[in-house]
Design a protein around this ligand. Sequence first.
Ligand SMILES: [Mg+2]
Length: 196
Amino acid sequence: MTAPVKAIGVDVDDTLGAYWTAFRAWRHRVHNVPLEQMPAPARWSLAESGWGFAHDGEYFDAHCQAVEDGLLRDLPPLPGAREALRDLRERGVQIVIVTHRLCADRLSPGQVLADTAAWLEEHDLAFDQICFLDDKSRLNLDLFFDDAPHNIAALRAAGRRAVCMDAPYNAGLPGPRARSWDECHRLALKALELDA
Ligand SMILES: [Mg+2]
């Protein structure tokens, strides 16, 4: 009897790639907001993190504008992600990219899907499937990696195992927590009971 295939769900923004870093650079360039006025976000809401947005809707307008400008192809990949995903895939783990990027009718699905796939390919980030959905807990995967407090909480409430990608805005959540993709890799090997 062969062992069942193991699969992990991996978020994109601020899990595989540095979203807020890229968005910050875009806002500096396009909106002329000084970089020093956009500190590392301490709250999940950029409107509550001192970035000069009056409310979340204003942030979301800017996000949509940035996506139209190609932001999703500009994210710096997080160090070690490529190596970790490649190693896990070579060990037979299925990599499922799980993202809520298609979060508004006003975004072009064609652009979001194409830019996401092109970015993964450009940075040689191995994957088997891509899921665009809001409620990630609907997927029954063996382990998830995500940075969003509401996603981590929903996944765990549904009985899923989720590693929290360390960020100031999720510091209040219990572990497991990873500060690097080296740590993600170690946690995945342990959780999936794969030999190191
Ligand atoms: Mg994220």
